[in-house]
Design a protein around this ligand. Sequence first.
Ligand code: ATP
Ligand code: IP8
Length: 263
Amino acid sequence: MQTRSRAGRYPGVRVIKIGGSVITDKRTFKLNYAIANRIAGEIAAAVSNGIKVGIVLGGGSYGHVAASSARMLDAPPADALTLVTMYMFELVLAMADILASKGVKPVVYPPHSFCDPDGLVPRCNWNSVLRDMKVGVTPLVYGDVYACGESWCIVSGDELAIEMACSLGSPLVVYVTDVDGVIDADGKVIDEIHVDELEESSIVEQQKTGSKIDVTGGIKRKLDAIRANRCLTLREILVTNGLREGNTYAALMGHGSGTRIIL
Ligand SMILES: Nc1ncnc2c1ncn2[C@@H]1O[C@H](COP(=O)(O)OP(=O)(O)OP(=O)(O)O)[C@@H](O)[C@H]1O
Ligand SMILES: C=C(C)CCOP(=O)(O)O
């Protein structure tokens, strides 16, 4: 597949979704502090180089474990909302704290209070985010839960990232994951692929390593999220490995490595 020059193609805003499998340990239920700290440093370096960043966090061992426990226990919707929103607050506040310690000015927008999802379309009011970004804040949103009819539902960071990019005018979404990119049926990392090709390809959902709990996840969800929320100004999705030092910074600066999904 042809690879274009990756240097500095995207001025302005970039949206990054930091996967929960990167900043948390889904086996020990902890914040992966060392990785979270390093990634926050890479985001801070991009911000100090003039890049405006919109950050989305995945649920990791906080949201996914809480949501899957609530499901298993068949918890009443109000109890599920209390449990999962509290766990996600804890994760997002920890990350906000780390980002602030690096000089970034994060402001947290809880999706359950400014979004009204319809299936895979988050329908958030991004105007308040755009308003606050004018004074230099870095918005921080995250996969969350909300009341849907008589039940409770999950809005994944995967779809929030795409809608956020479309609303903030980011031509790029970076999915920071724990893999080197999208893996094809032969087990190789794809360098570049058009989204339509990806849909038609025989990419199989790889078995997750270990016993990771995930109530949304995987590559298929990301593809569905892209399909449901894509817009004309969004040109590219980069799936990169955040466990490798420097990848997050490089991705934000427009020369990242991993799989480029072209829209
Ligand atoms: N074909 C594939 N190529 C690459 N990764 C795949 C593929 N199929 C499944 N995966 C899984 O997708 C995972 C990345 O997506 P996932 O949504 O689980 O992670 P995340 O976004 O970091 O997590 P979270 O939902 O907590 O934010 C990888 O860990 C890998 O196990
Ligand atoms: C499980 C919850 C609460 C959030 C899921 O968000 P994701 O990890 O981005 O899919």
